[in-house]
Structure formats: C-alpha cells, structure tokens
Design a protein around this ligand. Structure first.
Ligand SMILES: Cc1cc2nc3c(=O)[nH]c(=O)nc-3n(C[C@H](O)[C@H](O)[C@H](O)COP(=O)(O)O)c2cc1C
Length: 357
C-alpha cells in the first residue's frame, strides 16, 4: 500500500508534505461577528491536520472583497488573532496550512458592501441569478467597473493580506484566481470587456492575476505562494472563448515566478481535462496540484501518469477529518450532509466521526 504515489512525500518550497493529499479550500460560512475566525473553526481545521497540506476556505483581504455571509477576513487585528488560533491548533497537530485569499468582485451585493456601494468588477456585467446575502437571497446587481487608478489598491490589499497571513502563522497563501471571483473575472473574456491595460488581449487580462501574485510573493517569498485556477468552471456565470489560450498563457507566466504550486481545478469527469491538464503541466514547470471529483484510484493515476504532483480533495475531506488514513486503509467514507455545507454550527462541521472515534 505504501507504494501508492499518493502516499509518497513531496516538498513545496520549504515545506515537506508527508503525502500528497491536500484539503481543498472550502467556504463554510462559520466565522463570527466581524468575520473573525472562531475556536470552532480552529477545531475543524485541527481535526484535518493529517492532510499533506490544508488550504483554508476563501478569505477576504478587504471589506470590498466580501460577498457571502460569515466568510472570514484577514484585514483586521481581531481576524489575525482568530486565524492565529487556527494555525496554532493545526501546527500543534503536526499539520501545514495555507490561507486562500480572495476578492469576490461582482459576486457581492450592496447589502454586503461598505456604505451600500456597488460591488466592483473588471466590467459592468452582472452575473446571472441570485446570491445569498446577510439579508437573504438577492438578485445579482450590475457591478461598477473598477477605474484604472483603483487597480494598484487591489494589488496592495492582497499584499497587506499576505503580511497579515504571515503574522497569523500561515505557512503560505493561495491566491484565489478561480471560480468566477475578481481575479478570474479579469482573466476570462466573458466577464472582462475592458479596453485599457487590464483587458482585451490575454496578456492584459492576466495582468491583475500576475501583479497580485507577484505582490504576495514579494511579501512571503514565491516558495510560500500558490495560485488556484479553474479553466472550465462555469460557476458564477463565467466563460472564456479560448480556455487553452487563456490558461496556457497564465500557466506559462506563473511558471516564471518560482511558486510553491499551481492548483488547477480540472475535474476528472470534465471532457476538456485530458487536453487542458497536460497543457498546463507543460507550461507550468513547478509543482502542480489538481482537483475535482478525485477518488483514491484516480488520484494515484493522475500522479503516476505524471500529470500532477498533488491532489486536492474537497467534499471527501469535509466529511472525513481523517481522510488520508481512510484512503490508506481503503476504509469506507462518511456521507456528506449538503444541508450543513454553508453556515450553521458544529453540526455537519466538527461532528463527522474519525475511524477511531
Ligand atoms: C462547501 C464547499 C465550499 C467551497 N468553497 C470553495 C472556496 O472557498 N474556494 C475554492 O477555491 N473552492 C471552493 N470549493 C470548491 C472545492 O475546493 C473543490 O474544488 C470542489 O469541491 C471539487 O472537489 P471535490 O470533488 O474533491 O469535492 C468549495 C466546495 C464546496 C463543496
């Protein structure tokens, strides 16, 4: 069993991972007032410390980056203190933990924004459908296109968030460039219709992602920074006319930075994965993490085929605090309870049993 590729050690930057099973970032909407991480969150992450690496739920580096109720922030002293309890608890159990940092862009609503302002985006194009806000479901509004002069401020917020992440004891930062949030909104041409230095060609659309990543790397060192991308995920009304070109370019440029890893959502069941994953593997020369619908078998296969070095598990980790041990033993997995994914208390959060419980 110990010969399985998933259970061989791997090094990212200066971190030695005992195996290649990563806990994927998952928003659980359980932060306290003022978006401060709670002791319950520390317990939840500590329970999962046997992961090769934990990547936290998406965490906003500014009030403008906030879009769903009770997601944690990392822009106040109280939030840093809350996160310090989390990282201490994970490290005490021998784990490693990166914080995923986001700005939601247009995936917010005036009721969630400072001063009731419009959410911001590359272009004034609304996402379709509704959003769950602190005041219940609301239709998406048309966001305000960021002024060119505001963009350096966004980059600075991520850099400041990285400084606070270091203070909070994180081992690194994953820049959230996926799933239709601000950096992805700039990257894909369905949501970016700008005609200035941040829109039009793929070089210009990728610029904000690259500037943010470089700024975060400037604070932490590139070997403590990862980036997440989701080339084909349509979530949040996202589309791109040429994902191979867009994400091939982004992967190639990110490759120059010497990052800890690139994390690409390339679902096992997506018919475009057999084209996109090898392309990204070729363009990005550093450690590559993949995610989306993996099982023990598919995770071993993607590593032994040379297509990735690490595999992130989302829902299986949510429902199984001791996922690595269960996979190692081939033990049955707990059934996830979707009703408690987003928000609530300890139920469906810290009460999934471990094998030995
Ligand atoms: C409850 C839940 C919350 C999620 N929140 C985030 C998030 O904050 N950031 C992110 O990049 N992806 C998020 N995702 C996506 C997961 O990281 C992962 O890509 C997805 O669950 C597919 O992997 P899986 O098949 O192993 O579950 C979330 C998924 C779930 C189920």
């Amino acid at each position: 069993m110990s010969q399985q590729p998933l259970f061989t050690p791997f090094t990212i930057g200066s971190l030695k991972l005992p195996q290649r099973i990563v806990m994927a970032p998952m928003t659980r909407n359980r932060a306290g007032p003022e978006q401060v991480p709670t002791p319950l969150m520390a317990e939840y992450y500590a329970q999962r410390a046997s992961a090769g690496l934990i990547i936290t739920e998406a965490t906003q580096a500014s009030l403008q980056g906030y879009g769903y109720p009770n997601t944690p922030g990392i822009h106040t002293d109280a939030q840093v203190e809350g996160w310090r309890r989390v990282t201490d608890a994970v490290h005490a159990r021998g784990g490693r933990i990166y914080v995923q940092m986001w700005h939601v862009g247009r995936i917010s609503h005036p009721v969630m924004q400072p001063g009731g302002a419009l959410p911001v985006a590359p272009s004034a194009i609304a996402a379709e459908g509704t959003l769950f806000t602190t005041e219940g479901p609301k239709a998406f509004v048309t966001p305000r296109a960021l002024e060119l002069a505001e963009i350096p401020g966004i980059v600075r917020e991520f850099a400041e968030g990285a400084r606070r992440a270091k203070e909070a004891g994180f081992d690194g930062v994953e820049v959230h460039g996926a799933n239709g949030y601000l950096l992805d909104q700039f990257l894909r041409d369905g949501s970016n219709h700008r005609t200035d230095a941040y829109g039009g060609t793929v070089e210009k659309r990728a610029r904000l992602l690259l500037e943010v990543t470089e700024a975060v790397a400037g604070v932490l060192g590139a070997d403590r920074v990862g980036v997440r991308l989701s080339p084909t995920n349509p979530f949040n009304s996202m589309s791109d006319s040429d994902p191979e070109k867009t994400f091939g370019y982004a992967a190639g440029e990110l490759s120059r930075l010497g990052l800890a890893f690139l994390h690409v959502m390339a679902p096992v069941a997506d018919p475009r994965t057999p084209t996109l994953l090898p392309l990204i593997r070729e363009r990005f020369r550093g450690p590559l993490m993949t995610n989306g619908g993996h099982t023990l078998q598919s995770a071993n296969a993607v590593i032994s085929d040379g297509l990735a070095d690490l595999v992130a598990f989302g829902v299986p980790f949510l429902a199984n605090p001791d996922l690595p041990e269960r996979l190692r033993q081939g033990a049955p997995l707990n059934t996830p309870d979707k009703a408690t994914f987003y928000g609530g208390d300890a139920r469906g959060y810290t009460d999934y049993p471990a094998l030995t419980a």
